[in-house]
Design a protein around this ligand. Structure first.
Ligand SMILES: *Cc1c(COP(=O)(O)O)cnc(C)c1O
Length: 337
């Protein structure tokens, strides 16, 4: 272990800073918070909402942000679409046109429904509404698809490390635009632990505001080395390929996808369990068990779509080989259902 104010930690953070900046396609400093993602998600609300926040909601994680905003004492309004649908730029535009909002929250890849919303189209609205803070959660997409923070012009981009980074839970990385930092500096009740101005001041010295879980930072450094050994483009291509393998597996067994066509995630598949006429129906709990007995984990559906869907992840370290063995195990299980 090294002390978090000592040279050892500063050298560690300084070494990974350019790797993080390259990953987020940004010149801004990338901050490390050894909290789970919700720490930074709540922090973004506390730092950046003074008038009213628009919470774009299309699944379990994005829906929860409305409740979190209100628990932070903020005025908040929902832009709710049915689960399975993406957030669409024209709907965001219509809401922002009312002039009532100074921030919005968006989840790029809604992990509960396997839906990827069109981030570039939504971010393009920033030029029309420059005073609105665009806060984006990319927990289950960062490092699996390119997300160009500076080019998109968004204000906060964050991710926890336990999803697409395939690291242990307990850490998050995020970046803030200069406008977000300015807005944060003027926010009265932003607290200390997630004060974005403190993150910036400390990151300038390759430090964090409070004592981080240094073990997580070592893990992140190791993962970043892996990421650049593989190469970013190869990593993105691998995710696209392994996702397609799962989509092919589902189609082969007569399953449809929960996501609206054209908006499916590329880091996981949320598969309909007989939701469509003629679609296949299985006992999801049994399928999970049969797969688990062979050493693999799939998810039995999140929240209100538990059992009517199941999810197969291809994010992080999965390779065509590891996905193939999972699909083989699923094939075996399907035969005994
Ligand atoms: C898992 C997940 C979260 C929750 O993150 P915590 O690390 O539990 O705070 C938030 N957003 C998305 C999109 C997720 O998939």
């Amino acid at each position: 272990m090294v002390g978090h104010r000592g040279q050892g930690f500063k050298d560690l953070y300084a070494r990974i800073q350019p790797q993080l900046q390259q990953l987020l396609y940004t010149k801004q400093l990338v901050y490390i918070s050894t909290s789970s993602a919700w720490g930074v998600m709540e922090g973004a609300i506390r730092n950046l909402v003074s008038k009213k926040v628009l919470n774009c909601m299309c699944g379990a994680f994005s829906d929860k942000w409305l409740d979190v905003s209100r628990r932070c004492g903020k005025e908040a309004e929902a832009l709710q679409v049915p689960w399975g649908s993406p957030i669409r730029a024209e709907d965001v535009d219509r809401k922002l046109a009312t002039g009532g909002f100074d921030a919005l929250t968006l989840i790029h890849n809604e992990t509960s429904t396997g839906v990827m919303s069109p981030l570039a189209e939504i971010a393009a609205l920033k030029t029309k509404y420059p005073d609105v803070m665009f806060i984006v959660d990319s927990v289950s997409s960062m490092s699996a698809v390119p997300i160009k923070f500076d080019e998109l012009g968004i204000d906060v981009l964050l991710a926890g490390t336990q999803k697409a980074f395939a690291l242990p839970p307990g850490a998050a990385v995020f970046a803030c635009s200069p406008a977000a930092l300015a807005k944060s500096a003027a926010a009265a009740d932003r607290g200390y632990y997630f004060d974005f101005v403190e993150f910036q001041k400390n990151a300038e010295q390759s430090m964090t505001p409070s004592t981080p879980s240094i073990g997580h930072v070592y893990a992140l450094a190791s993962k970043l080395d892996d990421i650049y050994t593989e190469g970013l483009d190869a990593r993105f291509a691998r995710h696209a390929r392994t996702n397609q393998m799962t989509l092919d597996w589902a189609a082969r067994h007569g399953f449809t996808l929960f996501a609206e066509p054209g908006f499916g995630s590329i880091t996981l598949a949320c598969v309909n369990n007989g939701a469509k006429p003629g679609g296949r129906t299985v006992d999801v709990a049994k399928l999970q068990k049969l797969v688990k007995d062979q050493g693999y984990l799939i998810d039995g559906g999140y929240g209100k779509i538990k059992g009517t869907t199941f999810r197969i992840s291809n994010m992080g370290d999965e390779t065509p080989e590891s996905m193939q063995s999972l699909h083989d195990a699923l094939d075996v299980a399907m035969k005994s259902l």
